[in-house]
Design a protein around this ligand. Sequence first.
Ligand SMILES: Nc1nc2c(ncn2[C@@H]2O[C@H](COP(=O)(O)O[C@H]3[C@@H](O)[C@H](n4cnc5c(=O)[nH]c(N)nc54)O[C@@H]3COP(=O)(O)O)[C@@H](O)[C@H]2O)c(=O)[nH]1
Length: 818
Amino acid sequence: MKSLGIRLALILSSVLLVLVLLAGVLIERQLTRAIHNEEVDQAKSHAQTLLASLRILMLNGQGALAREWLDSMHGAPGIIDIEVLRRNGREAFTDLSTLKRVNDFLGEAVFERQPTPPHHVDQPALGAFNRALQGEVALDLRFDDEITVLQPIEASSECLTCHGYDPNPLRGVLKLSLSREKGLARIQSMRVSLWAIAALLVVIIGLTVLAVLRVSVLKPVNRLKDAIMRVGERQVELPTHWRDELGQVATVFNEMQHQLVATETRIRAVSENAFDAIITADEQGVIDSANHAVEKMFGYPPGELIGRNVAMLMPEPYRDEHDRYIAKYLMTGKGRLINNRAEVVGQRKDGTTFPLEVALSEMFIGARRYFVAVARDITENKRQTAALQHQALHDALTELPNRSLLSDRIRQSILLAQREHHELALLVMDLDRFKDINDTLGHQYGDLVLQQIAERMRQALRESDTIARLGGDEFAILLPNTGLNQARAIAEKLLRVTEEPILIGDQMLHAGASIGITLYPQHGEDEVTLLQRADVAMYMAKRQHLGAAVYDPSSDQHSLRNLALLGELRGAIERDQLILHFQPKVDLRSGKVYGVESLVRWQHPEHGLMYPDEFVPLAEQTGLIAPLSLWALKTSLRTCARYRSGDMDLDVAVNLSVRNLQDLRFPDKVAQLLDENCGEPGRLRLEITETAIMADPARALDVLKRLSVMGVKLSIDDFGTGYSSLAHLKQMPVDELKIDKQFVMGMLEDESDAVIVRSIIDLAHNIGIKVVAEGVESQLLYQRLKEMGCDAVQGYYMCPPVAVDDLIEWVKCSPWRI
Ligand SMILES: Nc1nc2c(ncn2[C@@H]2O[C@H](COP(=O)(O)O[C@H]3[C@@H](O)[C@H](n4cnc5c(=O)[nH]c(N)nc54)O[C@@H]3COP(=O)(O)O)[C@@H](O)[C@H]2O)c(=O)[nH]1
């Protein structure tokens, strides 16, 4: 590549050379012509001078002398030839006739001379000779090295003296041929000088132009070039005082550079302050740039990464993978990572590795391809995700797997058991007396008990076993590759560890547990069935105080449908599938409705409207009855508030289960619900069966008393079916009992039923308790009960349980309306 200076110098030198050559040629021609003209003029004047001399000689009649003179002139310096030619072209002064005539004229032989032999004379060009004969001084320039002048010789009167009358004024022609030796030498010398000067001029002008070019063009251009080459390294301010295009270019360059610097400063600031690591590398993986975050993230000092291979930031096998990936991409143009995010592993300078999320893209600077990687350290994200995953799959209190993780592990274990044809055992364990601990000592104690039990179980089982907390005091234990005997042994072991005293603070507590055992594949082939049946077995163990019980299909009162319902019932409340129906109670004395009993129904998506007999016992077995009762209580209070606002001032009665009576916090929950729903305690009635009370009479009495103190009314439901005595009832804070419908419905036909009904009414009245007869299906029954002094009736005769809207309609239209 030639430099601009050399190219300009070559161009200018060539132009200069051509100009000087042209000028030199022109000047040379002019000078040559001038010298030639001068020679011609000199030749002409020479010829005239010679003719004048000759004429004198001739006038003196000295023709012979003229001849001699002419002959002597031959060989004179510069003269090649001199001759006088007659008009006929012949040489004059070559014979003696004229001499003789002159002597004759003079009368004596004055002139003596031997006739001169004509010597060889170059004949002039005919044209020039003829022009000379016309009186013109003619030139014969046929030869480069000589000039021939043909000077006409005019005859004067003196000539006639000797030559006689001759009418022609021209006597002949003086032909003078002069050598051009001198002239040519002058021309040669002039040429040498001329071209020497020209060469000198070319050199001087060339050097001057080059110097001027250097100063005014090359130097600024080089500065501009240097400045452009250093753009990005440091800021170079070009002088802008040149008042030409270069000055404008410098101004534009400075402006452009300021903008570039500003843009680069902005980009650098963004890059350097970026939290993410930003690396650019060429196709070979050589790092071209790396921001501060890269150095910080990978632990390299500033500047140490530039020029080194990007593979150093990855551990094996990512290095090889990276090289292969880039090579493939460069070859095929296909790469799933380009313009995508990916999770990779990074390696710090100290060799430690960490997870990275990388977004890879490419850019071109000119024809060069670079890869741009934006990387983010996702250690913290990973940790948080792992923590969230742990949180989502573990119980916060005991750190044990929760129901979701257990389900997953059961599914996985079933698949493995299927493939390897072995069994697995699933145990459901429920703590005994945990409620007591919770209720009497508070939640903190309850939580500590659960934590200690969980830890003991962990210690007792293998790592490969899964212990999960299902909720409350219920645990599940998954034992992969375990048969019946082994499962029993493990259950016994677990029972032992739960029965050991638990020391919390200075309190020595005793828990114990009941365990249900199911086996895959004998008792179920899926996770839900196994869990449900283990639950059933656990309740059997609890009911029969067995400690541990294996699921027994023959003693399982639950049909498959019941098992399925049990699973579905858990979600029925959240899915709003439960509804309440209301049945009026009529006061026999006034004949008016005074209250309603709320009765739960399950609007099942497949089985339609289901009655409580189908699912309440299931709920009672599994502990779901507690949330169900609270739901019924809350919904009854809300509905009551609604119809009271429509002038239906009715009491509402809600059924309770045994579990509610065992829950020492139940009165508080009722108080909270009354509070939340603006309910009056005196308008709420809770119906409890005798059996529920008899399960734990002391605790039931405690709960009932607290409810009664709050002002809530209490009824004994289904009275007559249990074994409680009226004397026992007297201690209870109840003010109403409901005679079971089996006695009422049969009393018209069966005298013993009538006796029972009458006795109950009389005895209840004796201890100040109001009596309600259930199952009143006819007007006759209604009338008989009224006659017997029964206080109130409830039954299909008045109204079956109906939805709230139908109840409102009934209250408006029935004979028992308010
Ligand atoms: N713990 C809870 N138990 C509840 C709840 N809701 C209902 N139940 C209990 O379910 C049992 C069955 O109730 P249900 O099927 O609604 O039957 C009630 C009436 O329909 C029926 N009845 C009323 N009058 C007559 C009649 O004239 N003839 C006839 N054959 N049956 C009639 O009696 C049931 C009401 O009984 P009771 O509660 O004893 O007043 C039922 O025993 C409920 O206890 C609930 O929310 N929680």
